[in-house]
Ligand binder design. Structure first.
Ligand SMILES: [Zn+2]
Length: 283
């Protein structure tokens, strides 16, 4: 993708330098306790301006200058992709006479707190309907290249666009309907709906790619990178990798073939009415 020099989104909350595990301070909390003890013992008034400051701790090992530069470049890339999704969804919503409430993207490293609970980088990128934010640890970018065999900048762009797809599902009520089913259905039955929802997010990512391509900012091979990523992160492949066999009932995202199919459908048509995975006879 020709992204360098393009405008980035302002809806990014960059928490990469902040530990997600709460306030872990080198001596900070101890400092506060000692301060309080001294205050209580001494009978003095607590002056908020005099409180020792607590700096959020950073549990990560220091990055080299080179690693940091690479990480910052990825952050910049993701910022641009988010802006491109804002352009497309603002336009689509405007055509329907509606406003598009843009989501916030939280960049984190290691662990993060969200309205959906604490999350670690191991979970991969996710969207939290509770706070309407996307969460991405940029190390996933590297995992895609090294562990999932899905290299390329557009593989990462697809992941961002997929999470934005979940935001759209949150806005239009689909997410609420599916989460309601969770109370009513068995796990296996619920998983079928979860797959439909994930495949629809892939479809919506495809719709985004459809409109983004019209701006002539995609490079040869970009769509293949996205399709390859959709293929690489299908549940059947991920499960084979982790368990050695495939258990269809436990699928929550769709098979590699399904993910590729729905992304492609969105990409080729750009037509939202084609993305009703919930009433698709094949699913
Ligand atoms: Zn998803």
């Amino acid at each position: 993708m020709f992204w360098k020099g393009r405008q980035g989104s302002t809806n990014v909350d960059d928490r990469r330098g902040i530990s997600g595990g709460g306030l872990v301070a080198g001596g900070g909390i101890v400092g506060v306790i000692i301060y309080l003890l001294v205050t209580f013992l001494g009978g003095g008034e607590i002056d908020p301006n005099n409180m020792p400051s607590i700096q959020p701790g950073n549990q990560q090992t220091e990055m080299t200058a080179e690693e940091k530069a690479a990480d910052d470049e990825r952050a910049e890339f993701v910022r641009v992709v988010l802006k491109e999704t804002e352009d497309v969804w603002n336009k689509i919503y405007a055509e329907q006479g509606k406003d598009y409430p843009e989501p916030t993207l939280v960049l984190f490293r290691g662990a993060v707190q969200s309205a959906c609970g604490n999350a670690s980088a191991a979970m991969g990128p996710f969207y939290c309907p509770g706070d309407g934010k996307l969460y991405i640890d940029l190390s996933f970018y590297e995992d895609m290249q090294t562990k999932l065999n899905a290299p390329g900048d557009f593989a990462m762009a697809y992941v961002v666009a997929h999470e934005v797809g979940h935001h759209v599902q949150n806005l239009n009520g689909t997410a609420a309907k599916v989460s309601q089913l969770r109370q009513q259905l068995s796990e296996a039955e619920y998983n079928r709906y979860s797959v439909k929802m994930e495949l629809q997010a892939d479809f919506l990512a495809g719709v985004w790619a459809h409109y983004t391509q019209q701006k002539n900012i995609l490079e040869t091979g970009d769509i293949e990178e996205a399709l390859n990523a959709a293929n690489a992160i299908g549940d059947d492949l991920l499960q084979k990798r982790s368990q050695g066999h495939v258990v269809p009932d436990a699928f929550t995202h769709g098979t590699s073939a399904q993910r590729t199919y729905w992304f492609k459908k969105g990409y080729q048509t750009g037509d939202l009415s084609q993305g009703d995975t919930f009433n698709s006879p094949d699913l």
